[in-house]
Design a protein around this ligand. Structure first.
Ligand code: PLP
Length: 409
């Protein structure tokens, strides 16, 4: 009998009870706006900022309306102006170049390695060619590059690094939390990320001026003294008239949903990694399928899984996707000619006039991707892995079980 998978790749866990109760508490008193607080009350948004600053070890934190808003706000705070160029990964999600375009700047894409991280040699060449002063570094799908080398390169060239940590909340490189290597770190609390408030974003930094600018930009109505993780009022003095109010605040309802989830994130990350390792164990050694190496220094959160089909022609990948879908396994493919759902790639972003990037094209042509929601069990992962393994083996033109090309990692 042909094995099928019947679970849902997009079903997240319910919101935990204590988070629901906290949110209901906010609705009961009605003070949803972050600056609408009773005498002596801090407000859930300010408390979330305090909690998240502590979680990442940052001095300052600002909660905003979405991950994409966080990226745009960080770019503006860093002084990116219309007409500037901003370096970013060619392999990322549409809101990243979108945030760059949103401030009137132009994304300059950097090649992707077979480990799905930014190509540092190409980054060096693109810094020289573009003269860009900012890199928006996207830790796409949770893969973190050698941050020591990246920061040395950028510091040496005077390039400010803003980290897009939409997939690395709770992750670290060499013991330093993701988002804490560059000047600013940006996170998302959108439903498909690591904590879920539907929409939401967070920005962290140790730089008082950058944070003062971000707070004013986010729409603080000069109420910045109600923040618990912002610099002191003096830091805002010279800036108040200089920065536009571009409203994108978080509200107390979402913050209330997030605080109990943040407290659980380390446990959730451990659960995600058990699913990831189960998938890795099930797929390891499949002929024709190359898994992604996870470096020692990288403490990742395995909320999604990627693998490469090196050298597979598009028709063969498409046929594989169709066979897996028939068996209930929804693989996403970054090599498709047209953007679909959440999956698009740099060549689809015409507004940025992308130049061809052959290494990225080669990698993405064979890149398959799936979410690992926490509603999956390790047994679910084993079932999915068996299905993908059988279908890749079939696509590879080998009979299932005929060979164990265990070295192909
Ligand atoms: C989701 C995502 C964002 C933006 O987050 P939103 O909260 O959806 O705006 C940014 N970068 C990456 C890589 C993402 O996946």
């Amino acid at each position: 009998m042909t094995e099928r998978f019947t679970g849902s790749f997009t079903q997240q866990e319910p919101i935990p009870k204590d988070a629901i109760e906290a949110a209901v508490g906010v609705m009961r008193h009605g003070r949803l706006h972050r600056y609408n607080v009773a005498e002596g009350e801090a407000g859930e948004t300010a408390l979330l900022e305090r909690d998240f600053a502590a979680f990442t070890g940052a001095r300052y934190c600002l909660a905003v309306a979405s991950g994409g808003y966080a990226l745009g706000c960080a770019l503006r705070a860093a002084g990116v102006a219309p007409g500037d160029t901003v370096l970013t990964n060619a392999f990322t999600l549409a809101p990243v170049p979108g945030a760059i375009a949103g401030v009137g700047a132009t994304p300059v894409f950097v090649e992707t390695t077979e480990d799905l991280t930014i190509d540092l040699a190409h980054l060096e060449a693109q810094i020289a060619a573009s003269g860009a002063g900012v890199l928006m570094l996207s830790h796409m799908r949770g893969h973190i590059c050698d941050m020591g080398r990246l920061m040395a390169l950028c510091d040496g060239a005077g390039v400010t690094v803003i980290e897009d940590c939409a997939h690395t909340m709770g992750a670290a490189w060499a013991g330093v939390p993701s988002g804490r290597h560059g000047a600013m770190g940006c996170y998302s609390s959108q439903t498909y990320k690591h904590i879920n408030s539907g929409e939401g974003g967070l920005i962290v930094t140790d730089d008082a001026e950058l944070m003062a600018r971000a707070v004013l930009l986010s729409g603080s109505y000069m109420l910045f003294d109600r923040h618990l993780a912002a610099p002191p009022p003096e830091a805002f003095e010279g800036l108040k008239a200089e920065l536009p109010n571009i409203s994108g605040r978080m509200d107390n309802l979402r913050a209330a949903l997030l605080r109990p989830q943040l407290a659980r994130l380390p446990d959730q990350a451990a659960r995600w990694n058990r699913l990831y390792r189960a998938m890795e164990a099930g797929l390891g050694g499949t002929p024709g399928l190359r898994l992604i190496d996870r470096p020692e220094a990288e403490a990742f959160v395995g909320s999604s899984f990627q693998a490469l089909l090196p050298g597979w022609p598009a028709e063969r990948v498409e046929a594989l996707l169709a066979r897996c879908a028939d068996r209930g396994v929804e693989l996403k493919w970054f090599g498709a000619a047209q953007p679909a759902g959440f999956t698009s790639r740099y060549a689809h972003w015409d507004y940025a006039e992308p130049k061809p990037l052959p290494r990225t094209d080669r990698v993405l042509a064979g890149l398959i991707d799936m979410r690992l929601p926490l509603t999956f069990s390790q047994e679910d992962c084993a079932v999915i892995a068996r299905i993908v393994r059988e279908e890749v083996t079939r696509g590879q033109g080998l009979r299932h079980g005929a060979s164990d090309g265990g070295a192909d990692r």
